[in-house]
Design a protein around this ligand. Sequence first.
Ligand code: NAG
Length: 405
Amino acid sequence: MDAMVRLTTTLAITISLLSTFANIALTFDGGGDTKQQPTLCGELVLPAGYPCSEHVIQTKDGFLLGLQRVSSSASIGYHARESRPPVLLLHGLFMAGDAWFLNTPEQSLGFILADHGFDVWVGNVRGTRWSHGHISLSEKNRHFWDWSWQELALYDLAEMINFINSVTNSKLFVVGHSQGTIISLAAFTQPEIVEKVEAAALLSPISYLNHVSAPMVQRMVKMHIDQMIVTMGVHELNFKSDWGANLLVSLCDTRLSCSDMLSSITGKNCCFNESRVAYYLEQEPHPSSSKNLNHLFQMIRKGTFSKYDYGKLRNLKEYGNIKPPKFDLSRIPKSLPLWMAYGGNDALADITDFQHTLEELPSTPEVVYLEKYGHVDFILSLQAKQDLYDPIINFFNSMGKVSSI
Ligand SMILES: *[C@@H]1O[C@H](CO)[C@@H](O)[C@H](O)[C@H]1NC(C)=O
């Protein structure tokens, strides 16, 4: 029972958008052999019988990101082999590209898209285990971790899209979950990025965060955990390290039970496979930066969808204004087709915040509402194929032939 509590606790932390500090040290098997470098293709895709290739791309600020390309030899598709439309998958916070391959090939979006004749590209942002460091900074250097989701949008996502666009000579589809939707929406406000995107499907879409209802997250925000860890000199949030466990345990005291941590962070999830938790934990969680958590908590506190707030003086220096510039959703072109799915039990992508996002978008996205879904269900639900992935494929296929630019 205790182990299950710990596993559930850790899963919650791993998958949720705004979580922190998990009891990983107790549930991981020690981290494995560091000598042989595992790859996402080698661990999750090739063993399932799907062709997969590894690529490394370099961002403008020097980060080296792993990008995988997956196809299917047994494509049941709609699309001719030579005209497979590219789709880029963007994972959430503390996850990486493996998120799209965690269930069986019949249940996981990465495999399902490949089976339907898409040219699947799997994104991994800086700091995750599938990224490859930096051209000059070591991961031990604090400057390596000096970024938040705004850099993930303007550097990482921009570079992924450029690379895929140049290899395929085609516009691409984008699918994001959670943090993957924040960075998509921020990037789509930039004309030079969005012109290469054909359409996007966003799961648990997030821009504004001030109605986050998750008690555990609200508590961490009130306690200023984000600023605390930065002050402590912790710049990398890596739950495979030992120290976070103690803080987590200290956070779930009498008022917030540890056993229901999953719900207290993500909302009550209806539909994932609890017997697979140990397997999920072989992949998750991936590191992120303390600054990223800090930026997200700023959004919760202030109700803004803006760049990182350094404080008035430094803002003036960084941005030429005492306030950080906002990402203006009204600049996302009306012509960009959007499909969005949100959940009635999602305590992170709250319905009120989602409505706020919709109001500011010039277009009217196709919207799917799943009353029972919590934040985790969008990626792990056993019914996700029927509820989400088939509708996404129909949406993409309804675009007709993908145009080149
Ligand atoms: C749930 O996970 C277990 C363990 O991996 C697996 O044996 C079982 O088939 C899964 N159930 C479903 C419905 O996929």
